[in-house]
Structures are given as structure tokens and as C-alpha cells.
Write a protein that binds this ligand. Structure first.
Ligand code: GUN
Length: 292
């Protein structure tokens, strides 16, 4: 069993970005600038956004955190997005999800200028992803592809089973793994909550990508000997023995599944840090594309 070390690979990527930014500074060019919009006080969302802003400082990017109250009106949020679209200083921005229920998420994502949509959530960018066109690949699926690429895992002709059909992970990774190229060229099955006998699919999978959010869902009896296991789950499970009062738990029963897997991502330290690295990569791309 080999660990797919997302912490190490994400640090390698951040080092590469740091170097690119230093070169931009030497050339007297503008530094990439990411803005993150967060609505409300959700603890997990605040943690994620905080990590994204800290990561900007680590690579030499400018960053702006836009914190808005949970009761902001949809119109005021849309106005803020238009402001960010028009601000030449900002190269890319994200709106942290989920949004409060009184706000129409689709309307908000449609309002983001596709050229600044470093999350890759705008339908124009998502459509381009499906059509193999230049776009912003959503950070988590992009991170999974980059892990597979940097560990040189052969995906061609393999059976990849994706668990979960979310717009952020399951749906896009299923498209990416079926596209031409390496990683890619996989035969993909996208499973979800209505799939009958889900284990019958995972047992035959060469690669399992689980993005469900159910702790320890994927057990050893559900995977084939030698399979590659990618765990996207990051659920906070209450635990009074820790200072935070919770532990981050993946979808995979790690200790048992690692005995059968050829490669496996840990939680934490697998896909999570890759997501942040690829958001930075997309922001660098946004900056570079804006001067082309
Ligand atoms: N919420 C969970 N994952 C993400 C993400 O990748 N981007 C944004 N904006 N919100 C999220």
C-alpha cells in the first residue's frame, strides 16, 4: 500500500507557484489577487476560507476576504459580485458554498464573470470542461487529477467508480476521468444515493473516488485487492477527547481498506490540501490569461 500524500504534493505545487510569483515580481508584473466571499458564520466554511487566504500569503498572492452577514439580501450579494467582476485589481474570486437558504445559489454562480471564476462553477466553465476546452477546472477534481498525474498512476482503460454526484466533485471528476488523456481514458461509473447494490460496482473498480460525506462508508469488503482509493470525505465527527471537539473523518474505513489498496489518500492530508493548491493554480492562470 502506498499513501497518496496530498500534503507533500500540495506543498510542491505551492513552491512552484511561489517561484512563478517571484518571477512576476522581478519582471515588475502585477501579483495575482484572489478574493473570497463568505456569507454567515458557518464554522467549517470559515475554516476553509481562512485556509485559502493563508495559502495566498504563503505563495505571495494578494488576497481579500469579503465577510458578509448571514441575513444579507440576494440583491446586495449580487451587487458585491458585480463590484468584484469590475475590479481590475482582483484576478479571481470565489463565493464559499453553501449559501444561506434565502439566497438562490445558481443566480449567484451565474453572476460571477467566467474569466474570474477560479472555482470553475459557472455553467460556461463547466460546459467547457465537458468539451475539453480551456477553462477553470473546479479545485477538488483538479486536485485529484493532479495527484494521479504526479504519482504516475495509470488510469487508461481502468474502471473508475465515483460515489456521489455533487456539482463540486462527483459530476466533474466523472467527466474528467472519462476524457481523453492521462489521467483520464477511464471507463467511469457514477454512483449515487439511488444506485442499487453500490458495493457490486465498487468491488469491480480499479479506482474508487468517494465524495459522499458519510464517515467510514467504504469498507474493506467493498473494494478489490490492489484498487486505488481516493477519499474526498471531510466530515466533522464530534469527539470530546480532542481540543476542537471533533475529528475530521473521511468516507473510507482507512485502516482496513489500506490493507487491500495499492494507493490510498489519507484524511486529513490527502485531497483536502490539494484543493487549496489548485485554487491557487487557477488564480495564477486567471492572472496569466488576463494579460494574454
Ligand atoms: N464548499 C465546499 N467546497 C467548496 C469549493 O471548492 N468552493 C467553494 N466556493 N465552496 C465550497
Amino acid at each position: 500500500m502506498n499513501i497518496l500524500d496530498g500534503k507533500k504534493i500540495s506543498n510542491d505545487i505551492k513552491d512552484e507557484i511561489t517561484e512563478a510569483v517571484a518571477q512576476m515580481k522581478t519582471n515588475g508584473e502585477k501579483t495575482p489577487h484572489l478574493a473570497a466571499v463568505i456569507v454567515g458564520e458557518d464554522g467549517a466554511s470559515l475554516t476553509y476560507v481562512g485556509s485559502k487566504v493563508r495559502a495566498c500569503a504563503r505563495v505571495g498572492f494578494e488576497s481579500t476576504l469579503v465577510q458578509l452577514p448571514a441575513d444579507i439580501t440576494e440583491a446586495d450579494l449580487l451587487a458585491k459580485i458585480q463590484e468584484l467582476n469590475a475590479d481590475d485589481e482582483i484576478d479571481g474570486f470565489i463565493v464559499q458554498l453553501p449559501l444561506p437558504s434565502h439566497i438562490d445559489t445558481q443566480k449567484v454562480l451565474l453572476a460571477v464573470d467566467p474569466k474570474k471564476d477560479v472555482d470553475g462553477f459557472h455553467p460556461e466553465n463547466f460546459g467547457k470542461l465537458a468539451l475539453d476546452m480551456e477553462t477553470f477546472i473546479p479545485a477538488t477534481p483538479y486536485g485529484i487529477m493532479e495527484l494521479l498525474r504526479r504519482y504516475d498512476i495509470n488510469t487508461s482503460g481502468k474502471h473508475t467508480v465515483v460515489i456521489g454526484r455533487s456539482h463540486i466533485v462527483g459530476r466533474p471528476i466523472s467527466i474528467l476521468m472519462s476524457r481523453k488523456g492521462q489521467p483520464g481514458d477511464s471507463t467511469v461509473t457514477l454512483t449515487h444515493s439511488r444506485t442499487k447494490d453500490l458495493a457490486s460496482f465498487t468491488k469491480n473498480a480499479d479506482i474508487v473516488i468517494s465524495a459522499l460525506g458519510v464517515p467510514n462508508f467504504l469498507t474493506a469488503d467493498m473494494v478489490k485487492e490492489g484498487a486505488v482509493i481516493i477519499d474526498v470525505g471531510i466530515t466533522r465527527v464530534p469527539d470530546n477527547t480532542t481540543t476542537k471537539g471533533y475529528v475530521i473523518t473521511g468516507d473510507v474505513d482507512f485502516e482496513a481498506v489500506r490493507e487491500k489498496a495499492s494507493y490510498i489518500t489519507p484524511v486529513p492530508g490527502g485531497v483536502g490540501p490539494m484543493t487549496i493548491a489548485m485554487l491557487l493554480q487557477n488564480t495564477l492562470l486567471a492572472r496569466q490569461r488576463s494579460v494574454q
